[in-house]
Design a binder for this molecule. Structure first.
Ligand SMILES: [Zn+2]
Length: 167
């Protein structure tokens, strides 16, 4: 089997299970039984506690996952349901709207976690994180610190030019 295809399939299966795309063992989200607020359901953890893979690389990172994957999937589902009901049944408009919108809202809620997990997997496949060589486990952020600006060092023993003298 092609290596890239195997890697893509591995990331996809890990996303289906809501697991870290890098190590595949730790969850991306807080377990359901520990959720206290609605926000906890939608918000991924900072990073993988095992390998240190940062789930949210930057602010607004998951916008595309929400708009494209979650809302896109919901829209396709709504259009499919509408076409099916319109073709096979002749429902009144209120019943038709209710029949289309209700499952879409439920789908968007239930699919929210998976849409983020799929997005993380896609991003990791096409643009893998750069390891910092420490083997992870640094609290969820494996982005490198920017290097300190190089300060010019005068060679020892070099004569320092006197003020006013052009070198
Ligand atoms: Zn991991």
């Amino acid at each position: 089997m092609n290596h890239d295809f195997r890697r893509a399939l591995q990331y996809f299966l890990r996303a289906c299970l809501l697991k870290c795309p890098e190590c595949g063992t730790k969850p991306i989200f807080m377990p359901i039984h520990r959720i206290r607020r609605l926000r906890d359901y939608f918000t991924p953890l900072d990073g993988c506690p095992r390998c240190g893979y940062a789930y949210e690389r930057e602010l607004g990172y998951f916008l595309l996952s929400i708009w494209a994957i979650n809302y896109g999937g919901g829209s396709l589902l709504g259009i499919s349901i509408y076409c099916y009901l319109e073709y096979f049944y002749h429902l009144t408009l209120p019943i038709l709207l209710l029949s289309v919108i209700s499952p879409v809202v439920l789908f968007n809620f239930l699919f929210a976690r998976h849409s983020k997990a799929f997005f993380i997997a896609l991003d990791h496949y096409f643009d893998p994180h750069v390891k910092d060589g420490e083997g992870g486990g640094n609290g969820g952020s494996n982005t490198k610190e920017p290097p300190a600006p190089a300060t010019p060092v005068a060679p020892q023993g070099a004569p320092t030019p006197e003020p006013g003298v052009l070198v």
